[in-house]
Design a protein around this ligand. Structure first.
Ligand code: ZN
Length: 136
């Protein structure tokens, strides 16, 4: 597969407003988008550094994926997302190399990207997201 850059880093937080305040007032970044992704039970806030984004994730439901992550591991880095060309081919390649896929086919993620996750059991413990921006 062909990765082009780190698209974003996903960070699970307990309180989005508090986290935004830290990223803006201490790190000096500017939140440029807020988005709720209902089927993932999260609210997100986006920041940009160069061509890489930081995606803060607050759970809207303790039973959602971020709610469970925070319950098990606490706040912190949740996943790394790589921008990839031809995401469908990348998933087929990963599966052919015995990587366990969470999403066998891409789904729509934040900002209209096509995204799919590789299982952390196959990726040295790092939940890995592949994403492709088909709108560009
Ligand atoms: Zn992500």
């Amino acid at each position: 597969m062909k990765l082009t850059h780190i698209e974003h880093i996903g960070i699970a937080v307990v309180n989005l407003d508090e986290a935004i305040s830290y990223y803006e007032n201490v790190l000096g970044l500017k939140c440029y988008a807020l988005e709720e992704i209902k089927d993932q039970k999260v609210k997100t806030a986006f920041f940009k550094i160069g061509q890489t984004k930081i995606e803060l994730l607050e759970s809207t439901d303790p039973e959602g994926p971020i709610g469970k992550f925070i319950e098990n591991k606490g706040q912190g880095v949740h996943h790394i997302a790589f921008a990839v060309d031809k995401i469908e081919e990348a998933l087929i390649e990963a599966e052919s190399k015995n990587i366990k896929l969470i999403n066998k086919t891409p789904r729509k993620g934040a900002e209209g990207l096509d995204i799919a996750f590789l299982h952390p059991k196959s990726t040295m413990g790092v939940l890995t997201e592949l994403c492709e921006d088909k709108n560009k």
